[in-house]
Design a protein around this ligand. Structure first.
Ligand code: CA
Ligand code: CA
Length: 227
């Protein structure tokens, strides 16, 4: 019995050490995620793994030919308000500053942008960027964040043949693409990156097969919305 308890304890320690390492590896990130409802795209500008900041200015750029920005909603993540440039501007700049001089470490949704998709035939990339001096902490030291945008598309990740269904034909489409027998157009290649590691290879076909076989895998990334 003692042996089992000590084995379980060792396992728990190993797991907690692993979890700690995994969290430590996560970098501060500005992340855009979206939901699409018909022609209305809701884009969440999120902050993850925030080490502590007192001010930021973030630029959000998008494809004007395919998206029309309708509104910017302030989620008051840090208590006080954000400001932004006029919604007719692209990129639109979102700013926040706390003059109480204490670092703020909240994570979650900074702003919600609503777009109308005026051309759904093309994938629409939302890009985030900032100037290093525009994200800083209470000592006015620049704080580095990664930026991750998103691609708004009427097709789900995995729908590689773009017929609106997720099935074995999408696996075949990936395999044919990898065998260079039938190419997935460059602008839709992101649909084939089913495990979202930035590359399209046989692992994505396997990942999709596992999804279709009801294994516990997710196609693309699950959106976590903070309301
Ligand atoms: Ca399909
Ligand atoms: Ca991949």
């Amino acid at each position: 019995m003692k042996k089992i308890v000590s084995a379980l304890l060792s396992l728990a320690m190993l797991l907690s050490a692993f979890c700690f390492t995994a969290n430590a590896d996560e970098k501060p990130t500005f992340l855009a995620e979206y939901e699409l409802d018909g022609e209305l795209a809701t884009v969440y500008i999120n902050i993850h793994n925030n080490p502590g900041i007192t001010g930021l200015q973030l630029s959000v750029s998008y494809l004007s030919e395919a998206l029309e920005l309708l509104s910017v909603e302030d989620k008051s993540l840090f208590g006080n308000s954000i400001t932004h440039s006029p919604i007719s501007k692209n990129p639109i700049k979102i700013s926040w500053y706390d003059d109480n001089s204490a670092n703020r470490t909240e994570n979650g949704t900074l702003a919600v942008l609503k777009f109308r998709m005026t051309d759904s035939s093309v994938p629409c990339e939302i890009s985030l960027s900032y100037k290093p001096e525009n994200v800083f902490n209470s000592s006015f030291t620049n704080v580095e964040f990664e930026t991750k945008g998103c691609i708004i598309s009427r097709y789900s990740i995995g729908d590689t043949n773009r017929d609106g269904y997720l099935d074995i034909r999408d696996v075949t489409t990936i395999q044919l693409h990898l065998a260079e027998l039938k190419t997935i157009p460059e602008q839709f290649l992101f649909l084939a990156d089913t495990n979202v590691d930035g590359d399209v290879n046989i692992d994505d076909a396997t990942h999709m097969q596992m999804y279709l076989a009801h294994f516990d895998v997710v196609l693309g990334k699950q959106i976590q919305v903070n309301t």
